[in-house]
Design a protein around this ligand. Sequence first.
Ligand code: GLC
Length: 516
Amino acid sequence: MNNDEVKGKKTKTKSKSAVEVVEKSAKKPTRTKKTSQITVVNKKKILYVASESAPFIATGGLAEVIGSLPKALAIDPAYDVRVVLPLYSGIKAEWRRKFAFLGNIYVPLGWRNQYCGIFSYEYEGVTFYFIDNEYYFKRNGCYGYYDDGERFAFFSRSALEIMPFIGFYPDVLHCHDWQAALSAIYLKTLYKDKNEYQNIRALFTIHNIEYQGKYSLDILGDLFGLPEETKGLVEYDGCINLMKGAIECSERFSTVSPTYAQEIKSERFAHGLQEIIRRNDFKLTGILNGIDVVSYDSQTDKALVANYSVNDLSNKVICKAEMQKMLQLPVRADVPVISMITRLVSHKGLELVKSVIESILAEDVQFVLLGTGDTAYEEFFKDLAKRYEGKTSVNIAFNGALSRQIYAGSDIFLMPSISEPCGLSQMICSRYATVPVVRETGGLYDSIKPFGAGGNGFTFASTNPYDMLYVIHEALDTYKNKEVWTNLMKKVATTDFSWLKSAEEYKKLYETTTAY
Ligand code: GLC
């Protein structure tokens, strides 16, 4: 894409389409306090800053949330929700073709002035802006580069710099995870005296506290462009900690389930940030994520060979048979299929699985795994698949269509996370009437209640693998009683995991954020 080197300040491309689009957006009635003649549409303006979003680019749960929460909010005519994303080369051409080039500006970053192309696309009621800079984003994958700090500093700064260009100053700048943390930090430092930015309030959402954006203090000015006097805001434990900085700078911060909001106050879950969380507790809210219930719907999902509804689950058996065939497992309707779709990292509870998987496989079951991650786990499961051929299918991959086929084709979905901010798979599998078995932590605790107490799954609390094994046996025993199991499947499939309730909670949170 256009990455011409032009020195100087903001350079708006004078191409016809760019000018037209800018004029169009400038004409939109915006909320201004001074004008009384214009009919003011008093929309709440929210700008999301995030490093990934479905359906454009996804590596994990964050993308699911950014792809579905803004959409749920935008249904309300009182909300104007927009999203800023990096234009990674990983975003497929079929999407890129649809994006409109609005123009370009130059974004200051330390001593640099970096090209920033701005593309936009309206998708399902939400305007997405894509920040183009090939030097930063024309790479394989989204993360994992030595200069990620600089890449996302550029992105975070761009989210603020594009505001005059797109004619949109939000009421709430909603920043997600460390990659967007600098947007909140810049707002309260470099932009604090700029008139147009005065009424913007910041909300920072933690999707996973494990990744905090830690950098050496040496790069504060040179790379991040932050003056020495801001050091106290971002410094923690002898280094720059962007998550800490965003918590300090935001009017409010939140995380993705009420239980995780409690958990991150303790050393066990906070990855070192417990003191900061406790000190800022008065600003913290936990809101359980929803999922896109239109996309994840066993009645309409095109990835399935057969669709089914909660009133008639009979086609689920066809999905199961097709999955077994595809994964080279014996096609048997009567054998319970236990599946896991997960990143292969230790906090997903894989040590528990490793400890007792052989006891699980001693039963008449099939075990299906889909995921990528740490090599040691990948090797362990590949080896397991060899040793238990015909009982186990291990798929080291990240594959959207296959994941849906596994959600639908399984009977039991295992998610024994040691920590889980929210977790989406337990909700997604429920949409396919597959019964979750979870460890009671974070959002798993908030979304799945034990079968024994009339709930929608099986749960265990400790990190003892034998407690997990015990509830797996409970699930397998229950599976044998067809009537009880069918009723449980129905209960699971009718649990409301839509955004409806949570979107209302976010609206309340936006109110309290702007009340400052
Ligand atoms: C992160 C968390 C996960 C959560 C997701 C979306 O990936 O690990 O628990 O569901 O973000 O908020």
